[in-house]
Design a protein around this ligand. Structure first.
Ligand code: OSB
Ligand code: MG
Length: 369
């Protein structure tokens, strides 16, 4: 397959409510879409997961755009023949920048699969036609508002609740939500690196709430610290930010730093590496689940397909479109009985609404030839 042109689209989408985490508050999403067109005229789309600012990871959306424009897109356009499987050989001269590489891979893969009439789910190895969904709940202004928000998600049918926590917003909100949900409900927390080893005794108090897991309590580089924590508390430790590849996942598992893994395709450089992480974890009986980065329908469609692989045994942050957006860039993903259907059409199986891409654009598309 020859990629004839690539265009970069940048748009702003308001969130239905502010999303607060230990690293900041977001009220809109700064979306970067990569659109590829093959020499045969087949189109593919990918969505970059990077945030507007480098506060979740070192990558951020303008940085990704710069790397794609100046390094990745020229390498892809220069290749006489390229597929998602051979892409890495063309872009591995760029160190890191996994979120930038992941969106290019997603667009190339989408075009490749559309050209051959294969869905993401079939290509990646999906074994289910629908996936159990959870929802990530931000830090709220008060416990009452948190309980209102959680109650709303429960009535929508979500099968698992994840609460964002930070020092000063942990035991009390988690206890209140556990009391609201009852003992059997799946409840987990995500600290986004807000704690240190000095907090171990405090984090042990979370054991009282029967949590499914605690996600990324310490900084991403601190695999050893997570191993110390995992040995000191009953709540299973799950790494997110730390897991940048299958090799890192394998190492973190070997060192008992993580017993569950959050897989985010953008963070690890793409869907192919995500499948390798899934395979490494499945071989060791480590459950995985699909994380999210407030994706529009473009990224969500591919994530839902990934979440249908056999090792994805826990509900992911694969929420419905309306969790974040009043109107989505594609046909909306809607929860039915706490699940989303895996798209079955070629590629991601969703159609990008070009009129909305144009309407919400924050600058004209950048065309690369
Ligand atoms: O840590 O999982 C995270 C959103 C942005 C950045 C990091 C994270 C998140 C979420 C929301 O928790 C996941 C989602 O619903 O898409
Ligand atoms: Mg997380």
């Amino acid at each position: 397959m020859k990629i004839a042109r690539i265009s970069l689209h940048r748009l702003a989408m308001p969130l239905v409510r502010p999303f607060e985490t230990s690293f900041g508050t977001q009220t809109e999403r700064d979306v970067l879409l990569v659109h590829v067109v093959t020499a045969d005229g087949v189109e593919g789309w990918g969505e970059c997961v990077a945030g507007a600012d480098p506060v979740y990871s070192s990558e951020y959306v303008s940085g990704c755009e710069h790397v794609i424009e100046n390094y990745l897109a020229p390498a892809v356009l220069a290749a006489p023949d390229i597929t998602a499987e051979t892409l890495d050989a063309h872009v591995r001269f760029v160190v890191g920048h996994r979120m930038a590489k992941a969106v290019v891979e997603a667009a190339v893969l989408d075009a490749q699969l559309r050209a051959s009439g294969i869905s993401f789910g079939r290509y990646l190895g999906a074994v289910r036609d629908e996936v159990d969904c959870g929802v990530s709940v931000g830090i709220a202004p008060s416990i009452d508002e948190l309980l209102d928000e959680v109650s709303g998600y429960v009535s929508e049918g979500y099968r698992r609740i994840k609460l964002k926590i930070k020092p000063g917003w942990d035991l009390e909100p988690v206890g209140a939500v556990r009391a609201l949900l009852g003992d059997d409900a799946l409840l987990q927390v995500d600290a986004n690196t807000a704690y240190t080893l000095a907090d171990i005794d405090h984090l042990r108090e979370l054991d009282a709430f029967g949590l499914l897991l605690i996600e990324q309590p310490f900084v991403e580089e601190d695999i050893a610290g997570h191993a110390v924590l995992a040995a000191a508390i009953d709540t299973p430790v799950c790494l997110d930010e730390s897991i940048t590849s299958a090799a890192v996942a394998s190492d973190a598992i070997d060192r008992d730093a993580t017993s569950i893994v959050n897989v985010k395709p953008g963070r690890v450089g793409g869907y192919l590496e995500s499948v390798r992480i899934h395979d490494v974890c499945l071989a060791r009986d480590v459950p995985v689940w699909c994380g999210g980065m407030l994706e529009t329908g473009v990224g969500r469609a591919a994530n839902v397909a990934l979440a249908a692989l056999p090792g994805f045994t826990l509900p992911g942050d694969t929420s419905a479109s309306r969790r974040y957006y009043a109107e989505d860039l594609t046909e909306p993903f809607e929860l039915v009985d706490g699940r989303l259907r895996v798209p079955t059409g070629p590629g991601t199986g969703v159609t990008v609404r070009r009129e909305l891409v144009a309407e919400w654009a924050t600058r004209p598309p950048l065309l690369l030839l």
